[in-house]
Design a protein around this ligand. Structure first.
Ligand SMILES: Nc1ncnc2c1ncn2[C@@H]1O[C@H](COP(=O)(O)OP(=O)(O)OP(=O)(O)O)[C@@H](O)[C@H]1O
Length: 247
């Protein structure tokens, strides 16, 4: 007897669980209410940008996610766990790494000391990997952080946090004030990191840089997200994006 061929039941594809989820985030500086109900998410391995004019609330959003800015309400969920109430060092220990706009490096220590100070975790970047990615850091190994160019400081700030093998990297205006060739180099490193599965949440005013890298863009205006643009729609929405950023 021949057994009739029965097509296998279609696999149930579960909806992707975001790596980071921010729900109804409101933030304040004293009496000033600066974020108004921010909702956003980042999927595993995704590069997402926050774009908008100066003062729109992008940096405050990153600080609120990290738990550095505490005057806020709402929920931050990371890797399935509510991290809203955790102090920032414990948020970081869960796998979130933040490179602030002011590039937190230790200016009195040398490049090598800056690199070697943060403990490495399994899978985190070694100094050797950092030097391979940014050879100039090897050349500047004995220079104090204060003597580095803006681009070198940005490179150092990024590789320092990669020692902890984060799952999500928060970058605040990594291209700001840097020469185009350095911006391109940093862009290539972010591409490499994405290929290895690292998710990135990027604050940018440089639209060219942001649209080259990011899979999705959230547009901030006056403390609210007013639009979301996917990579495949960037060309048709380009004029809108420029308008959002123009002053
Ligand atoms: N320490 C602070 N005290 C009071 N108000 C602040 C403080 N930091 C930011 N703000 C205000 O909060 C609002 C959001 O600022 P935020 O820095 O988050 O914006 P942004 O989009 O990141 O802009 P930028 O690119 O200029 O950093 C702005 O109105 C800003 O003036």
């Amino acid at each position: 007897m021949t057994v009739p061929h029965v097509a296998p039941a279609p696999a149930v594809i579960p909806a992707q669980t975001p790596l980071l989820s921010v729900r109804d985030l409101n933030a304040y500086y004293g009496q000033s209410h600066v974020l108004h109900g921010i909702n956003l998410h980042v999927n595993p391995g995704e590069v997402v940008s926050l774009i908008g004019r100066n003062g729109a609330g992008k940096t405050t959003t990153l600080k609120s996610i990290m738990g550095v800015h505490r005057q806020r309400t709402g929920t931050v969920t990371f890797a399935g766990q509510d991290v809203t109430r955790l102090p920032s060092n414990r948020v970081a220990a869960r796998g979130l790494a933040w490179v602030p706009e002011e590039r937190a490096i230790l200016s009195s220590l040398t490049v090598r000391e800056n690199l070697e100070l943060p403990p490495t975790r399994p899978g985190g970047w070694t100094s050797e990997r950092a030097y391979e990615a940014f050879p100039v850091l090897r050349e500047r190994g004995h220079h104090p952080g204060s003597k580095l160019s803006g681009g070198e400081q940005q490179m150092l700030a990024i590789v320092r946090v990669l020692r902890s093998a984060p799952k999500l990297l928060l970058l605040d205006e990594p291209s700001e004030g840097l020469a185009p060739v350095i911006v391109q180099h940093i862009g290539r490193i972010i591409d490499d990191l994405r290929r290895e599965g690292l998710a990135v949440l990027l604050v940018e005013q440089n639209l060219k840089f942001a649209t080259r890298l990011a899979d999705r863009h959230y547009v901030f205006v006056d403390g609210e997200i007013v639009d979301e643009v996917r990579r495949e729609d960037v060309d048709t929405r380009h004029a809108d994006l420029l308008r959002y950023l123009s002053v």
